[in-house]
Ligand binder design. Sequence first.
Ligand code: NAD
Length: 505
Amino acid sequence: MADVTADSAPATRTIDVEDPARGRTIGQIPVLDERAVQELATRGRMAQVGWNAMGFDARADVLHRSRRWLMANTDRMIKTICDETGKTYEDASLEVSIAAQSFRFWAKESERYLADEPISHFTPFTVGKKVVVRYEPVGLVGVVGPWNYPLVNAFCDCVPALMAGNAVVLKPSEVTPMTALLVQEMLDAAGMPADVFSVATGDGGTGGAVVDAADYVMFTGSTATGRKVMERAAKTLTPVSLELGGKDPMIVLADADLDRAANAAAYYGLLNSGQVCISIERVYVERAVHDEFVAKLVANVRELRQGVSDGPGVAEVGALTFAPQIDIVEAHVKDAVEQGAKVEIGGRRGAGPGRFFEPTVLTGVTHQMRCMREETFGPTIPVMAVEDAEEAIRMANDSEYGLQASVWTKDIARGEAIARRVEAGAVLVNDALLNYAVMGAPMGGWKSSGVGSRHGANGIRKYCKTQTVVSQRFALKKDLNMFPYTPLKSKLLGRVVKAAYDRKR
Ligand code: NAD
């Protein structure tokens, strides 16, 4: 038989997609290479011109239709998310609700954020000039996303980029690409013009190709990969926004409502099996209430059901989405125990074909332990007793990360004063995470947690180039600063400068 393989085109490499809760393969995706990504980018750039010319209202109409499609296909979207992440029905529903909010928010607010801005000015040289700053889409935005929230943390960053008039190539995580493919179907059904939005499935190599091809890179993922993305983007001077890892501290003061604090610690610490960047990753409790807080927290965790969640109200805690994550979680628990920490509840892998780790509370932890210094990104809540608020603030800030934090106290003014001393992009008093739902407020990390932010005015302006337009409205034949230089003109100009600036305020 003749060998045909030598002349055939090389087969596209594929990656298996897994259902981590059931431990089975649910599909395969192609790994797009550099050439395939370039092709999507070229088509995107061509389509972008018409999309931008459509204007805000017509683009908003596509978003509104997408939102209605999402509401009509909620069950399908939830199932797709659950199947590839192993998260619970409720955790997936949260994604749908935030995505719908994102469509509405950006459809409504984009034009206001990107309206021409008149700039007031008073200098001796600019009398009679009109100054306006305007926003122009960068062209092609590359969005590279993680696996923990395939709809929210990958796709929702595309929404303002699209509303600004850009084309977008989305590179979803290779672990959870199915949601992005369904998003493509949603946008097609909503009348998105062809090629304005495309999905580049694949691995880190595909992500690198997207960085090379884009005019702006929006990256969400680990700090380690974020560094590589920024380095690579530097080669083409492509601007980036990086939403990276966190080690979000919770500070519980002695006067806190301990029931609410313990409920919140269980929920935000274990939401999405702890695979949330803006969660509760470590807890500092004033010694006076430490034991009572831990007792309430452990009682809460004991009530939780973990397992496959194929409908509403079935389980509170789902699976670990990403295979290596369970080893990290286990290593952090083991390291803590070896250094003297106590496992109050949980602490082990679950049985079965799915990838589960028991919801875990650790006490007696220190800052020498990995669970307090590195991002665990799993269902663990390490709790440390502190002498007072000052020690809690010191410990909270003793971290390379600065994404999110919370302070728990009945004294709101004191809580807000402490919040201002915590090094994090968002600090909540008697709450956690929900700043994400306030889309007018920027969300982004300090220190190794990120560069730039999403949401708010910067959440869309970053996808634009600014252009300053200056026009002289009533003009002399020749301004004072123009040639030729004469003693009289120079003196006059000197007097004008003095009159303007030689005053107390
Ligand atoms: P990751 O860094 O491993 O991967 C993220 C994405 O980058 C994936 O799509 C991956 O294929 C791609 N990628 C990998 N190597 C690349 C390269 N060299 N160039 C370009 N792209 C590359 O992150 P992950 O494990 O998918 O996600 C978990 C991490 O994301 C956690 O650290 C979490 O805290 C963080 N995260 C942050 C936020 C935030 O808003 N700050 C939100 C969600 C998740």
